[in-house]
Write a protein that binds this ligand. Structure first.
Ligand code: AMP
Ligand code: ZN
Length: 122
């Protein structure tokens, strides 16, 4: 099996490799979830593939299973992290992509935000 793509200059690759600490929410062989360091909401965590994929723009059919797993984990982890149940609760899922999309960290990540309002942002 080939090792997952890794960019030595990428902050989220470093988090995935345990070289930078994170407050972990979930981990398996190919996915990591951790709390955002600057939360917009009472619950704010990021889901990332451990492999270095620069953004959502690079996603193709070969990533269908991975993205399916990430999106399937999101509602489960949202509830586990304290988001209130749908419909009175819920959460927001955001994938900033590229400069126009407001992406700052160029390693694909899915934001999950929730908890009672008001939020710090958004
Ligand atoms: P964006 O690329 O704009 O979708 O957002 C990147 C997100 O990563 C921001 O919400 C940051 O607060 C978050 N972030 C950056 N560095 C870290 C880190 N070391 N640990 C946790 N979250 C981070
Ligand atoms: Zn990376």
């Amino acid at each position: 099996m080939t090792a997952p793509a890794h960019d030595p200059d990428c902050v989220f690759c470093k988090i995935a490799a345990g070289q930078i600490p994170s407050k972990k929410v979930y981990e398996d062989e190919e996915i990591l979830a951790f709390h955002d360091i600057a939360p917009w909401a009472p619950v704010h965590f990021l889901l990332i593939p451990k492999a270095h994929i620069p953004s959502f723009a690079q996603i193709g059919p070969e990533h269908a299973a991975l993205m399916g797993r990430i999106m399937t984990l999101a509602p489960r982890l949202a509830l586990e992290q304290g988001c209130r149940p749908y419909p009175e609760g819920g959460f927001r899922v955001v994938v900033n992509t590229g400069a126009d999309g407001g992406q700052e960290v160029h390693h694909l990540h899915v934001h999950v935000m929730g908890g009672p309002r008001p939020w710090a942002r958004g």
